[in-house]
Ligand binder design. Structure first.
Ligand code: C5P
Length: 211
């Protein structure tokens, strides 16, 4: 079974996708990490993330980079959002994601275009979303815990900018697939969001929930 989980930054899609992988015994790929690695590698190369040629050259990032803690930073997220608009970058990362989805038994992939472009035939598609205010608050709390100091207003402004870039790009924009189940996590805590996602997968596959 392939489960596609898409949605905007800080909607909870990563947490949900990981939990679905554990629950259904499927491997999980965070595809945002690939774009983050490209963005980070462009910076390491001294290149320009808005240049398609520079961003494409960075798609050859070394495998070890995927484990680098700086990939999780807000700054790298911003670079990822900029390199991800280039069609050549998206094309360069496509086979890697499709190969993962083709693992025997299936997989859970989370990103922006899994249900629309990478795995349009996925058995289950979830589009996880939340209000920008709820997402900014979550991101702010995470950053407080990591000791990164940004104001809530700065984070909200950055999220709005990234949402706008992800939603309006010409290639593979962030949009719910027509057959996706939309899950709004604005009013849900982590456990409630995971439970709702498991229920949505069971409903989509016709399975009975565990007693
Ligand atoms: O999900 P995450 O915040 O790690 O993604 C970072 C950026 O990578 C996103 O803002 C988006 O621009 C890009 N991305 C994408 N397609 C994906 C995953 C991420 O364009 N499948």
């Amino acid at each position: 079974m392939i489960i596609a989980v898409d949605g905007p930054t800080a909607s909870g899609k990563g947490t949900i996708a990981k939990a679905l992988g554990r629950h259904f015994g499927l491997p999980h790929m965070d595809t945002g990490l690939l774009y983050r690695a490209v963005g980070y590698q462009v910076a390491l190369n001294g290149g320009d993330p808005d240049s398609e040629a520079d961003a494409l050259a960075a798609c050859n990032f070394p495998e070890e980079l995927l484990g680098h803690p700086d990939l999780r930073s807000e700054a790298t997220g911003g670079l990822a959002s900029r390199v991800s608009v280039h069609p050549a970058v998206r094309a360069a990362l496509l086979a890697r994601q499709r190969d993962y989805a083709a693992l025997p038994g299936g997989a859970v992939l989370d990103g922006r275009d899994i249900g629309t472009v990478i795995c349009p035939a996925a058995e289950v598609k979830l589009f996880v979303t939340a209000s920008v205010e709820a997402r900014a608050l979550r991101r702010w709390s995470e950053m407080q815990q990591r000791g990164e100091s940004h104001t809530l207003a700065e984070i909200e402004a950055d999220l709005r900018k990234r949402d706008e870039r992800d939603r309006t790009r010409a290639t593979a924009p962030l949009v719910a697939a027509a057959d996706a189940v939309v899950l709004d996590t604005s009013e849900l805590d982590k456990d409630q969001a995971i439970a709702a996602a498991i229920e949505a997968v069971n409903a989509a596959t016709g399975q009975q929930p565990c007693p």
